[in-house]
Design a protein around this ligand. Structure first.
Ligand SMILES: Nc1ncnc2c1ncn2[C@@H]1O[C@H](COP(=O)(O)OP(=O)(O)OP(=O)(O)O)[C@@H](O)[C@H]1O
Length: 372
């Protein structure tokens, strides 16, 4: 798929712009603080209805305005789709071909994006929330079912945590209601964990190949899903459901004392292992970067496999963070394959040599000019 046209109205520092993109590589060029990342963010919002860098919609609306719109035209194998996100101070609307979508799961998936920003280089070593968010954002785009299960899980988790707090404070007494919530949570939690395991196994296949290429076959990259369940309890949705149910039953009093849900996919993690060793503890900075890059590039192939379309790749200032070998791998693997948006303050070295025929947009104070 590719994003053919983007219109922004009152989004961040853009007042009113309309841009037509190339289906291959688009370079957003400009000095610091001119609006390059804002444009990538707009594409991300168009795909996922939310930003990767703020949870507050108001941040996305121009300071002088009451509302903002992001409008895009997506070209896919089966035709063109028009997407629109309207952001108001009170909420947002998501439209597909001008029709408002009530459910997130009927909107997300129309435009799939993979964002790679310098922070992603810390996916290996950073906090577990980064890796959980990574799984949820990527797998949610590949599977409506994952997105739905995750939304239901979050809703019940919130209710269960509230109820655990009430039991902790002795404002509630009925533990039967807690059992009902535990059962519902285990049911959705099991589906999420099972799907994560399946998709991670596929992703590992792609990532291991890419990693072997970058490390000249010296390193074998593997993933390990880290959770409270024993390996033997992870082979089916039913097994996981049973194991989660048992965990909730065994730890009921502990969870009431802490007033919080201690088990389930919201507590799980992902570990990266090179040649049998945990990369976050024993890996060099270079190995951590190679692992992060391999995972990101693997997502492109996995998304194609799961959805039949290549996603759109958003590279926010990452080239300058990668050495020549890694830049070369990145640029060679996207060339003629995925539509790419790349922000940079200057296009130099390897990138200039390797990117064939980029479409360059000069961005300055929220104005965009394309170099013909
Ligand atoms: N809601 C908003 N309304 C108006 N301007 C905003 C809003 N939010 C951010 N900005 C402005 O947008 C600019 C930042 O743009 P952006 O983050 O896209 O920079 P950039 O071009 O990617 O720069 P860098 O190379 O430093 O990352 C800043 O000048 C900031 O003040």
């Amino acid at each position: 798929m590719n994003l053919k046209e983007l219109k922004l109205r009152h989004f961040r520092n853009y007042s009113d712009v309309e841009v037509t993109f190339s289906p291959s590589i688009n370079v957003l060029l400009g000095n610091n603080a001119q609006g390059k990342t804002n444009m990538l963010e707009a594409i991300y919002v168009l795909a996922l209805t939310r930003s990767h860098r703020t949870s507050n919609n108001r941040d996305l609306i121009n300071w002088q305005s009451e509302s903002a719109q992001v409008y895009g035209e997506i070209e896919k194998e089966l035709g063109t789709t028009k997407l629109e996100i309207d952001l108001g101070k009170k909420g947002k609307k998501a439209k597909v071909n001008h029709l408002e979508q009530a459910k997130l799961s009927s909107y997300v998936g129309e435009l799939n994006v993979i964002l790679f920003a310098p922070e992603d280089l810390s996916i290996v070593k950073g906090a577990p929330t980064i890796r959980r968010r990574f799984m949820d954002m990527e797998f949610g785009q590949m599977s409506n079912q994952y997105l739905y299960n995750n939304a239901q899980y979050r809703k019940i988790l919130k209710q269960r945590n509230n109820y655990l707090k009430q039991l902790q404070m002795k404002e509630a007494k009925d533990e039967l209601y807690l059992d009902v919530l535990s059962d519902q949570l285990a049911a959705y939690g099991a589906k999420i964990i099972f799907q994560r395991l399946e998709l991670l196994e596929k992703l590992q296949g792609w990532a291991a190949n890419i990693h072997a290429g970058i490390s000249q076959d010296k390193e074998v990259l593997k993933f390990k899903y880290v959770c409270a369940l024993k390996k033997k309890d992870q082979s089916s949705v039913d097994d996981i459901y049973q194991a989660l149910t048992d965990l909730f039953a065994e730890n009921k009093q502990k969870e009431i004392r802490q007033g919080s849900t201690l088990y389930g996919p919201h507590r799980d993690d992902l570990q990266f292992i090179i040649n049998g060793k945990d990369v976050s503890t024993f890996g060099s900075q270079g190995q951590q970067r190679t692992s992060a890059l391999s995972v990101k590039l693997a997502e492109i192939d996995l998304m194609k496999e799961e959805t039949n379309e290549y996603p759109v790749l958003l590279l926010d200032d990452v080239l300058s963070e990668l050495d020549d070998n890694r830049q070369t791998h990145l640029l060679k693997s996207i060339q003629n394959k995925v539509q790419t948006f790349l922000t940079t303050t200057s296009l130099s070295g390897i990138a200039r040599d390797l990117i064939e025929d980029p479409k360059i947009f000069n961005i300055s104070s929220g104005q965009v000019e394309s170099e013909e």
